[in-house]
Design a protein around this ligand. Sequence first.
Ligand SMILES: [Zn+2]
Ligand SMILES: [Zn+2]
Length: 151
Amino acid sequence: MPERDAAGAIPDCPIEAENLRRRQGVRLTSLRRSILEILVAADFPVKAYDIIEYMRDKGKRVTPASIYRTLDFLLQNGLVHRVNSLNAYIPCTGKHSNHILLMFICSECQKTTEIDDQTLYDSMQSRLEELGMSLQGGCIEIQGTCKECMQ
Ligand SMILES: [Zn+2]
Ligand SMILES: [Zn+2]
């Protein structure tokens, strides 16, 4: 796993987070937008602690409570996802027509990719149904090795 210090992990973000908005009617306050921008720029899942550190380095006065509250808001509105196995966050890039989240996490570099594949969902769902289970409301985190790390 590469060394990533808190400030170095998150580059400055030129991307307008507003462009990434997938959900209608979500009001982005400056804090919400800042956090989204950090997540978009990072290219890797970012821990809440690293967000706090980064914003403080930039001279912003933030409290852990405000960051967690804002992350909760972004989660609830589908703008970000929590990667449970890393205890970190990524911006949403998928469509989620089926409300199931499938993420691939590289065990080497931790790069996390949302997988939007209906065929994959359907085959998993139908097999689970045979077993009397359902993917509904769930989140699947697959650990493996990404293309870059396989070289
Ligand atoms: Zn998503
Ligand atoms: Zn990798």
